[in-house]
Design a protein around this ligand. Structure first.
Ligand SMILES: [Zn+2]
Length: 260
């Protein structure tokens, strides 16, 4: 794998081996040096194209060695269709000799300077996109509990929104809002809310999200659990989007009197 391919992937906390990318002698610290890493390609939502596009770097990429093991790479990624661009900065940790044939690398930071026209690819999640991006930024900055607070906020909001849209009463006899667990049970009884593969663990998912918020997780544990919890929350969001699309299709086909 080339370093460009590695930087194009989702964030990984593991060291990975890449092909040689620095020719000649070890570059002096602070001096820009051309590196041979191929192209970097990242998905963003391009508002001009009104779609998710794979934004590409040029082949001509430079790095600046910050310390003997840290390199900084600044690139401009452009939409392949309309050429709208976005600036991205990568901070990469190189284990061992940077000029070796197969260096081990680990991405420490990836900062994207979003613009009015280029936004995170999670645009399809609408009003939840901002919290999803904040969760990911917190995760990448090593703030595990903070990241999970955002996930819990999303999980709660989508549950209340779905209850309201489907006319599910989530108040008790006195008109007071039920606690989250009871409300969630009621929603799950009425509609298909939690993705099939997590059905048995739906309440556990919320429990795990709560435990972090109530300080029962260590920061490290929150960071370890974040990727799985994030996938679960995205799974719930995707499911709601699928249901809405299906409802539109059903009403077009005249099936709208059938149960969701
Ligand atoms: Zn575009």
């Amino acid at each position: 794998m080339r370093l460009g391919d590695y930087l194009s992937k989702e964030h990984s906390a593991q060291y990975e081996q890449v092909e040689k990318f620095v020719e000649g002698r070890t570059p002096p610290l602070g001096q820009p040096r051309k590196i041979n890493i191929g192209q970097i390609a990242c998905n963003f939502y391009c508002k001009k194209c009104d779609d998710v596009r794979t934004f590409l770097s040029s082949n001509n990429i430079q790095m600046i060695p910050i310390t003997t093991s840290l390199i900084s790479i600044d690139v401009r990624l452009a939409c392949p269709v309309c050429k709208e661009s976005v600036a991205v900065w990568f901070l990469v940790d190189v284990d061992g000799d940077i000029t070796s044939l197969a260096p081990m690398v680990r991405l420490l930071k990836r900062n994207v300077k979003y613009t009015d026209n280029v936004v995170p690819p999670k645009g399809k999640y609408g009003k939840y996109s901002e919290s999803l991006v904040k969760a990911e930024i917190a995760f990448r900055e090593g703030l595990g509990a903070g990241a999970i607070v955002y996930l819990r906020k999303i999980f709660e909001s989508i549950m209340y929104e779905v209850a309201e849209k489907n006319g599910i009463d989530i108040n008790d006899r006195n008109g007071r809002k039920l606690n989250f667990k009871t409300a969630l049970e009621r929603v799950c009884n009425e509609i298909d809310f939690i993705p099939q593969e997590f059905l048995a663990d739906g309440y556990r998912l919320f429990g795990e999200l709560s435990n972090v918020v109530h300080g029962e997780f260590e920061e490290e544990e929150a960071l370890t659990k974040y990727p799985a919890l994030s996938r679960l929350v995205l799974g719930v969001l995707d499911k709601q989007i699928d249901r809405e699309e299906m409802n539109v299709a059903k009403s077009v086909l005249g099936w709208n009197r059938e149960r969701n």
